[in-house]
Design a protein around this ligand. Structure first.
Ligand code: HEC
Length: 141
């Protein structure tokens, strides 16, 4: 249940932060990827929170899509692109190895999601939520 609450907070923060009028297409692309990540995470989080019925196939699909999108993070953030609406911190480009390691941690956490049952899925989603938080704490305003 703690996981569901933590993920709920992450999702709520994401909604509040969703930006209109981003000028730089490269910044828009990385924000869009984060929104996609949020959507897939939300599909699974809603199941672990009991908001939607557990559906193993749908959860596995969301986990695979989450992993695939997580794998695009390093390339999306490789160049130091700026926009007034961006919440990315300069530290991303000062410590790219650490940033990319945190992206990799999310990728691995997504691959490790066990969608075979709700009980199996809960702890693996806690790891995913931790991976979002670890990166946002250091690299997102
Ligand atoms: C490797 C680092 C990293 C990981 C892992 C990560 N994020 Fe992000 N996220 C960022 C950064 C940096 C931004 C700010 C991007 C910007 O504004 O330019 C961001 C922004 C966001 C946004 C706001 C996008 C917008 O429209 O402005 C959402 C929502 C989001 N992340 C959700 C998530 C979720 C959910 C997870 C985990 C499943 C996650 N992120 C994992 C780095 C990360």
């Amino acid at each position: 249940m703690k996981t569901a609450i933590a993920l709920g907070l992450i999702c709520a923060a994401g909604i509040a932060a969703a930006k209109e009028g981003v000028q730089n297409p490269a910044v828009k692309a990385r924000m869009d990827a984060m929104q996609v990540i949020k959507t897939h995470t939300g599909v699974i989080a809603d199941m672990t929170a009991g908001k939607t019925a557990f559906d193993s196939a749908r959860a596995a699909e969301a986990a695979a899509a989450l992993a695939a999108t997580a794998a695009t993070i390093p390339a999306l953030f490789e160049a130091e692109e700026e926009d007034p609406a961006s919440e990315a911190r300069d530290e991303i480009w000062m410590m790219p190895e650490d940033f990319n390691a945190k992206a990799e941690a999310l990728y691995k956490a997504a691959l490790a999601i066990d969608a075979s049952s709700l009980d199996a899925m809960r702890p693996s989603m806690a790891t995913v939520g931790g991976a979002c938080k670890a990166c946002h704490d250091d690299y997102r305003m």
